[in-house]
Write a protein that binds this ligand. Structure first.
Ligand code: SAM
Ligand code: SF4
Length: 471
């Protein structure tokens, strides 16, 4: 059942505007030595404190920023290696009772075509995604009484049970409205990966202005939305801010305070952080000219600072961004990207001239999954569809990758190679196949003798037809 929340909103939360502004203003013009000490702390794999994050955000010249970028690249290589996890968004329905001014789905937008997938159509969408090689999805819903926890659970259940050829979807993450604890429990039952809720802006007055009506107008209900998810037993939660609504440095601080809050209350921070920038959307003037537009240069800065601030958290970069910028930002510490994405409701299984009018916004990177994989391989990344940890009950995998010595070598790299090999054998174009097999050979050479046999056996099993091989 959908529950419309009438709880009173409050500005008294763990996000303290005054404190954030103090953090930022009391750490202006940092000297290079201070910055280097902070970078060393990150490279020693420690989470940074708000004042340290504010110091990095206030780096004053190009030279200091270059050192920050370099440290982010080093940390990424040192902790996570060269794997990039791939996923696709699947929009289930765009009905919405909120009126978020930047979003094409908002209730007052008369130009958008409304649509909710039927269960039959959903199966077709899943088959279309599986036939391209996808294994991991994020399902996306507007906020509407139709999209009750039961409905969300049902759609996810259908996704898991729609097999196609050799493949199936093995992990479904969710981006939907905040729920009650009871609601989350219903959704958790079907076995979800991460539950994502983006706060959009951590600046209360801006939030209130941009969310004038509907349940989302309640800042505190949304801010504590992931607390309730954790209380319901969902271990992996994802936070995010929509960049362009307010000052980007303030939003980065908001994300850090949100992380600290979850760490303090639940002993574990968010599984992932997302940092979408506003993109143009049909019938949505504010999205054409966002009030605090973030330049590409500042975008790189915010990703690098986030990487350094929370070294153990996954960072997600979406196809909202154009391909060129994605290439650069990947190196700064991103661990997951979507590829071959289509964000019109129903647009994977049919070519729809109306796609833009059913979309929430317009994508910047429209390359196919195979093109993205080819390019990642060319740049010596290992594209990965791994879903092993969550299915083995190893939740909080980013934390383990980061905190347990040898974890990446023992689990992540072999599983990445297994899922890559599956992709190559089942879905790749000829040129991607060739490039991929070369990368596999190169990567095998890097593996310890002890581990090599296990990996070679797994790859051989896949070549003989086994699927879903994992450690
Ligand atoms: N309706 C739910 C909600 O608002 O949380 C979940 C889905 S909403 C479609 C997913 C996210 O898309 C929002 O949290 C917001 O950050 C992002 N978004 C909305 N409008 C956007 C735009 N014009 N450009 C880029 N991202 C946008
Ligand atoms: Fe609805 Fe989410 Fe869009 Fe807001 S961001 S209008 S809640 S779909």
């Amino acid at each position: 059942m959908y529950v419309f929340i009438k709880e009173k909103d409050t500005q008294k939360t763990f996000i303290d505007e005054k404190k954030i502004k103090e953090n930022l203003s009391s750490n202006l013009n940092p000297d290079s030595e201070k910055i280097r000490n902070i970078l060393q702390k990150s490279l020693d794999k420690q989470r940074l404190d708000p004042d340290e994050v504010a110091t990095l955000l206030n780096a004053k010249d190009e030279k200091q920023w270059e050192e920050i970028f370099e440290a982010a690249r080093t940390l990424k290589e040192k902790v996570y290696g060269n794997r990039i996890v791939l996923f696709a968004p699947l929009y289930i329905g765009n009905d919405c009772i909120n009126d978020c001014e930047y979003c094409g789905f908002r209730i007052s937008n008369k130009e958008v075509v409304r649509k909710t997938l039927s269960f039959e159509k959903l199966k077709e969408e899943v088959k279309a995604l599986v036939s391209k090689g996808h294994k991991r999805l994020i399902v996306v819903y507007g906020e509407h009484p139709k999209y009750s926890p039961e409905f969300i659970a049902k759609t996810i259940d259908i996704i898991y049970n729609t097999k196609h050829g050799n493949g199936e979807i093995r992990r479904v993450n969710v981006n939907a409205a905040p729920q009650t604890v009871e609601g989350y429990k219903i959704i958790k039952e079907v076995g979800i990966g991460t539950y994502q809720i983006f706060q959009e802006t951590y600046h209360y007055p801006t939030y209130k202005k941009l969310h004038p009506r509907g349940p989302k107008s309640n800042f505190a209900w949304r801010l504590y939305g992931l607390d309730r998810a954790m209380l319901a037993g969902i271990d992996d939660v994802g936070i995010g801010a929509l960049f362009g609504l307010y000052d980007w440095k303030f939003e980065v601080m908001g994300l850090i305070y949100h992380t600290l809050h979850l760490e303090e209350r639940f002993g574990v921070g968010p599984h992932t952080i997302s940092f979408p920038r506003i993109e143009p959307a049909v019938g949505t003037p504010i999205a054409e000219r966002p009030p605090y537009q973030v330049s590409d240069e500042d975008f790189k800065k915010l990703v690098a600072v986030l990487r350094l601030a929370v070294p153990y958290t996954g960072l997600i970069l979406t196809a909202r961004e154009p391909a060129d910028l994605r290439r650069e930002v990947l190196k700064l510490g991103v661990s997951q990207i979507d590829a071959g994405s289509s964000i019109g409701v129903g647009s994977y299984s049919e070519t729809d001239p109306e796609v833009i009018r059913k979309s929430q916004f317009i994508l910047g990177d429209t390359r196919t999954l195979d093109e993205v994989i080819y390019e990642l391989l060319k740049e010596e990344y290992i594209p990965s569809f791994c879903t092993a940890c969550y299915r083995a009950g190893r939740t909080g995998e980013h934390f383990m990758e980061f905190a347990i010595p040898g974890f990446v070598k023992r689990f992540c790299t072999p599983n990445a190679l297994f899922t890559l090999n599956e992709y190559l054998n089942d879905y790749a174009s000829e040129k991607t196949y060739k490039e991929g097999k070369k990368v596999l050979e190169k990567e095998i050479k890097k593996i310890d003798e002890k581990q090599k046999k296990i990996v070679l056996d797994g790859l051989e099993r896949i070549n003989k037809g086994d699927r879903d091989v994992r450690l």
